[in-house]
Design a protein around this ligand. Structure first.
Ligand code: IMP
Length: 180
């Protein structure tokens, strides 16, 4: 089955395509910037952003919104992950975490799917830790500082797609549409 993924982020698309393949879905890329609604809740942001897009895109599509939630920073940067990455970046997060022993963090991804009629959301989470320094050459965004079972996502290559927040959100999404 072919499904349209709207994103301007090539790395996200590549991961989604690879995950889709494992489940027999052919993910097609519509490279497009869209207005991301502001808010404190990823699910609401993804849903409203997809609803806005339905005025332009009439066929079924999905978008995906992610965030990094750091325990010791009370969930920061969370829904502001994109802005924080562009401003203080990984070095800034590591600096904020200097001297902190609680390194727990999670990544959350929300897929918002427009089936031609309604928008439905699917969530995926992965727990890990913020590393003490950047490690690894792969991945994108916060991957070099997000550690999962001893390796950062940037050190995991294709294995990231077996355990990531994106994988888990997409798995929920695929199992829901497979039956429909
Ligand atoms: P958004 O979903 O595009 O709004 O992403 C929010 C921020 O989190 C951006 O700065 C992304 O680079 C980052 N991000 C999203 N997904 C991942 C991921 O899988 N690994 C690392 N960073 C990510």
């Amino acid at each position: 089955m072919r499904i349209l993924f709207i994103t301007s982020n090539k790395d996200k698309f590549e991961e989604a395509r690879s995950i889709g393949k494992r489940f027999g879905f052919d993910i097609e890329w519509l490279k497009k910037e869209y207005e991301e609604v502001q808010g404190n809740d990823l699910e609401e942001i993804a849903k409203k952003s997809a609803e806005l897009l339905t005025s332009q895109i009439k066929e079924p599509f999905f978008i995906e919104d992610s965030g990094l939630f750091v325990d010791a920073l009370k969930g920061f940067p969370g829904p502001y992950s994109s802005y924080v990455f562009k401003t203080i970046g990984n070095d800034g997060i590591l600096k904020l975490m200097r001297g902190l022993d609680n390194r727990k963090a999670k990544f959350v991804a929300v897929v918002a799917y427009f089936d031609g009629k309604d928008v439905k959301t699917f969530k995926g989470e992965v727990s890990g830790e913020i590393s003490r320094e950047k490690r690894g050459k792969g991945g994108f965004g916060y991957d070099p500082i997000f550690e999962y079972e001893g390796r950062t996502f940037a050190e995991m290559g294709e294995e990231k797609n077996e355990v990531s927040h994106r994988r888990r959100a997409m798995e929920n999404f695929f199992s829901s549409i497979q039956g429909s």
